[in-house]
Design a protein around this ligand. Sequence first.
Ligand SMILES: O=C(O)CCC(=O)C(=O)O
Ligand SMILES: [Fe+2]
Length: 201
Amino acid sequence: MDLFADDSALMPIPIEDGELWFQQRLALDLTPAEAMQRLLDETDWREEQIQVWGKLHMQPRLSAWHGDARYRYSGKLFHPLPFTPLQLHIKQAVEQATGRQFNSLLLNYYRDERDRMGFHADNEPTLGLNPAIASVSFGSPRTFILKHRTLPKTVKLALGDGCLLLMAGSLQHHWLHGINKERAPRGPRINLTFRNILREP
Ligand SMILES: O=C(O)CCC(=O)C(=O)O
Ligand SMILES: [Fe+2]
């Protein structure tokens, strides 16, 4: 009998004002290291510009959009590329683990400890009222931080190689999330967020 917690089951993480689910290892036909290498090689990584308070900045990470629907994000309209066979395989595994359907994928590549993602909510109107967002991570672990919008509460999760995180319920209404830069050296990390877009902008 396995006396250790099952790392291949989606487990709820207790959190107020929303739903959070975590699985240590998403079951795939390839190892996380193989998935990481193929995503690095097969993705057309872009350094995007974003507007913050009317000023243009380079995003402190590389990214790519894939899927079936156009998507507005940080004030920009994206025309995604079609899903690749590997992305479709990961999407199927995520849909089986979560029981949710997704038609859009944002890939983010954090090249080292300096790359990061500012605090935000994935609450674009096209995602619907209480969106389910499934996040799969490969490579170097990074700390995923959730900050409550009105209460002095912070939740930190280590997102390691091959894990799955599901944000759902009213979480995007009440919490912001982000990835800070690290002081200590970190290797590359790729994060995939699967979303379901209800209508095109
Ligand atoms: O890299 C992560 O774990 C977070 C990604 C994220 O929040 C997003 O793509 O909206
Ligand atoms: Fe996000």
